[in-house]
Design a protein around this ligand. Structure first.
Ligand code: DON
Length: 319
């Protein structure tokens, strides 16, 4: 594949390119995140054949935050099927911030989008299990299978968010009032907050992305984590919604499905080829890592990954 012989060097170049970007602010609405070193920066490309290319702080752990939404969505689709989840949670962009309450009201209580907090809470509520503890275990094990090793809860991040997430509690209560959450909404918030506090590295999210890139097969363990059909559905939802209200800009510049998290991670998927994981805590106003976007954009362009670009054949059939 053109450019792939240089992927190791291009990963280092993407890191160097991203380092030049110093704009953005570290998230502080979850108090513990404000203590993160703003200079941390890691880039990792995990190919579907299991090759790994890393630069910078690619092994440093951070909380997965909203990136978890993509993988919990995939697990729930695997369990419950495409149609039920589509009807219950939706697949459309709200065009509003990830924690918008107005989006729920504007849509008569339908969450619309599984990649914003309302839709993610509605999705987590659908996770099978007789109790919140069972749901949490299913999520932790499922995301660990995507990563290829056991993921651990960051207790400090979990407690810090639980002490300050009144807004998510309000969103969950509102969804309950519209019957979009049919179990105890505050317990759903608790499980959701735990899923967001799982510790991952840029390398981990690259491997998780590569699993979605390869029809659900983890490139390190060889395990089929979810079906190819679920990967296809998840990637289309990410393309439309993965970067919140900036999803259009992201698709325009980078041309790949991706998902960001407020701790500074971004996972990007190049279908059939690779997962890209980046981590840098300084965010733009939509909550997307600034250096992460720069490095991913560099890789998409230099490796020719934009899914909307097609090579024009020199010959064509005459009518
Ligand atoms: O629910 C929240 O607000 C966080 N646990 C996750 C939000 C998030 O990651 C938004 N991302 N850019």
């Amino acid at each position: 594949m053109q450019g792939w012989d240089k992927v190791e060097a291009l990963t280092a170049d993407a890191y160097a390119f991203g380092l030049g970007e110093t704009r953005g602010l570290v998230a502080d609405y979850i108090p513990i995140l404000a203590e993160t070193d703003p200079e941390l920066f890691g880039v990792c490309v995990a190919e579907v054949d299991g090759s790994i290319h890393s630069a910078g702080d690619a092994a440093v752990e951070f909380s997965i935050q909203s990136i978890s939404k993509a993988f919990v969505y995939a697990l729930v689709c695997e369990e419950l099927g495409h149609d039920l989840v589509k009807e219950h949670v939706g697949v459309n962009n709200t065009g509003l911030a990830f924690n918008s309450v107005m989006a729920i009201e504007l849509n008569y209580g339908h969450p619309m989008n599984p990649m914003v907090n309302a839709g993610a809470l509605a999705t987590t509520a659908l996770v099978p299990g007789g109790s919140p503890a069972e749901q949490w275990e299913l999520i932790r094990q499922g995301l660990s299978r995507f990563a290829g090793h056991p993921l651990e809860l960051d207790g400090e991040v979990y407690r810090s968010e639980m002490a300050t997430n009144q807004r998510n509690m309000a969103i969950a209560r509102l969804l309950e009032s519209y019957r979009r959450i049919e179990i105890d909404p505050l317990k759903v918030v608790d499980v959701y907050t735990k899923q967001c506090a799982l510790r991952v590295s840029a390398r981990d999210i690259a491997v998780m992305g590569a699993t979605l890139a390869d029809g659900g097969v983890n490139p390190i363990t060889g395990e089929q984590v979810v079906s190819a059909a679920v990967c296809r559905d998840t990637l289309s939802v990410l393309a439309a919604n993965g970067m919140y209200e900036r999803s259009g800009e992201w698709l325009f510049e980078i041309g790949l499905p991706g998902k960001s998290g407020v701790a500074g991670g971004i996972v990007t998927i190049s279908p059939g080829k690779a997962g890209i994981g980046v981590f840098s805590p300084r965010l733009d106003s939509a909550g997307n890592s600034v250096r992460g976007q720069a490095a991913t954009s560099f890789l998409s362009r230099s490796l020719g990954l934009n899914i909307f670009a097609s090579d024009v054949s020199p010959t064509r059939l005459e009518p």
